[in-house]
Write a protein of this length. Structure first.
Length: 350
């Protein structure tokens, strides 16, 4: 409440009848805040007068695409993991943005060095565990770091097999799917662990249909009782806990569930009435198989293959068997189907 006025009312005298005239209170003149700012920042480095007009949304900084190959040599048998790591930090102040003051900045080159040092000191087991280690390190080491986010892509190396025997130190690049993990943690908060796969490209030549969809004046696509079904799957899932989780086994289980609901039995396959249904069945199987996963999001774009019209050619030109079919791959435009399946009443235990 203002102290100006007589008995709480506006007037020349304040409390106890004392004068509140600024000239008497400040005989040398009132402090000119705007003038002081202009003198300190003559080139308008930051307008403190307007500071309260704006607020930061998302902000932060970090080092992207830190590449490393980790080799663990256990006697004659060696193990490798190749990663590409992004580390992003959010600091408790914005002095670097507001004033150009760099005193709180942990250089992105230092962040890169940290990735290498922690890999050397602690080794690497899984992308998820390495992400947790990096988050813990930055929050513990730098008290002014408020949040850390680590993204890790793993390159798909597999141990070479010769005559069904695993090689001790030779590997083959096998890009069935790219594995990734996103680990984040706020100070005084629980960590969030997401994992995923992308670029899982699959195709089957039958056991897929698409029919009985909306019939109106805009439709030109006919019902299809049997078609080629091809897609490039991407999936992201979240763990409700890190305790007792075998992240390698969980990742492989998710991939196997997706392939199982797409392909089915090796001899008979599995029927797909729509991409939507196949996607849902895969997500449901993942949640059934891996109880530590609380939610999963999948995206399955259509990769179209249209049968080439051979009717314009004379039979004598073709001279082929009926079981020989030719299709035209078409990448654009394409449909996109996606959904997230979530467990009900799940509390994170991270």
């Amino acid at each position: 409440m203002s102290n100006f006025g007589v008995n709480g009312k506006n007037g020349k005298n304040g409390k106890n009848g004392k004068s509140t005239n600024n000239q008497e209170r400040f005989p040398h003149g009132t402090f000119d805040y705007r003038k002081a700012v202009q003198e300190r920042f003559p080139h308008g480095t930051f307008d403190y007068v307007n500071r309260e007009k704006y607020a930061f949304g998302e902000y932060g900084y970090g080092k992207n695409s830190v590449k490393l190959l980790h080799v663990e040599r256990c006697a004659a048998k060696h193990t490798i993991r190749e990663y590409e790591v992004d580390v992003h930090l959010k600091l408790s102040t914005q002095l670097d943005y507001l004033e150009g003051n760099n005193r709180d900045i942990i250089a992105t080159d230092s962040q890169k060095n940290t990735v290498y040092i922690l890999a050397k000191k602690h080794g690497i087991q899984t992308p998820e565990e390495f992400g947790l280690l990096l988050c813990s390190h930055f929050l513990y080491t730098y008290r002014h770091v408020e949040e850390v986010e680590v993204k890790i892509d793993e390159y798909p190396w597999e141990r070479l097999r010769a005559e069904d025997v695993e090689h001790n130190h030779a590997f083959v690049y096998s890009p069935c799917a790219i594995r990734f993990a996103i680990v984040s943690q706020q100070r005084h908060g629980a960590s969030t662990i997401e994992a995923g796969l992308r670029d899982l490209r699959v195709l089957k030549t039958t056991q897929s249909a698409f029919k009985d969809f909306v019939q109106d004046g805009y439709r030109t696509l006919p019902d299809c009782n049997d078609r080629i079904f091809s897609t490039i799957v991407s999936a992201t899932w979240r763990y409700s806990t890190a305790t007792g989780v075998d992240f390698d086994a969980a990742w492989n289980a998710v991939k196997d569930c997706i392939i199982d609901k797409f392909a089915g039995n090796p001899e008979t396959g599995i029927f797909s009435p729509s991409v939507q249904n196949t996607l849902y069945l895969a997500e449901k199987m993942v949640l059934d198989k891996v109880p530590q996963i609380s939610r999963i999001d999948m995206r399955m774009p259509n990769k179209h293959y249209f049968e080439v019209d051979m009717s314009k050619f004379a039979p004598r030109v073709l001279d082929s068997c009926d079981n020989q079919e030719v299709y035209l791959p078409v990448d654009k435009p394409s449909g996109i189907i996606y959904a997230e399946l979530i467990r009900k009443d799940v509390t994170s235990k991270l």
